[in-house]
Design a protein around this ligand. Sequence first.
Ligand SMILES: [Ca+2]
Ligand SMILES: [Ca+2]
Length: 146
Amino acid sequence: MVADMKLVVKPHIAISTDTTIGKAPHYFDELPHDEELRLANLFKVLDVDGNGKIDIHDLSEALREFGLHHRYAQSFIERADANKSSDISLAEFIQYVRDHEKNLRLGFSHLDRNKDGKVDLEELIMAFKELGVDVEVNEAKKLLQR
Ligand SMILES: [Ca+2]
Ligand SMILES: [Ca+2]
């Protein structure tokens, strides 16, 4: 797994307060700390080179690792990059995912009729669409098989 390797290679040096992922500052008061930690960990996986920002190269590589085409990387960065710096900071990432998860939950509760809490193919495709990623059916299948 590339992600695991990168975690080992990544130096444990605090670059600055806003890029220290391990002890993520609490960005959003309304956000439970474990939820923020979950998003910070996801951010860390996507920040392939571990420099505290997700740029097009990080995301292309991460998507390739997930078996997705890198064309999704550009549209995601354009949508999430609030300050147009061409990369995504942890704060931007959390803000973007949170904004879209509100929509996602509405979608999930509608779709998940038997309330088993499992993500099926349809839900997964919809989840990515909400994030601005138009995943094709065969690609979503690959994700579920992981
Ligand atoms: Ca990076
Ligand atoms: Ca940015």
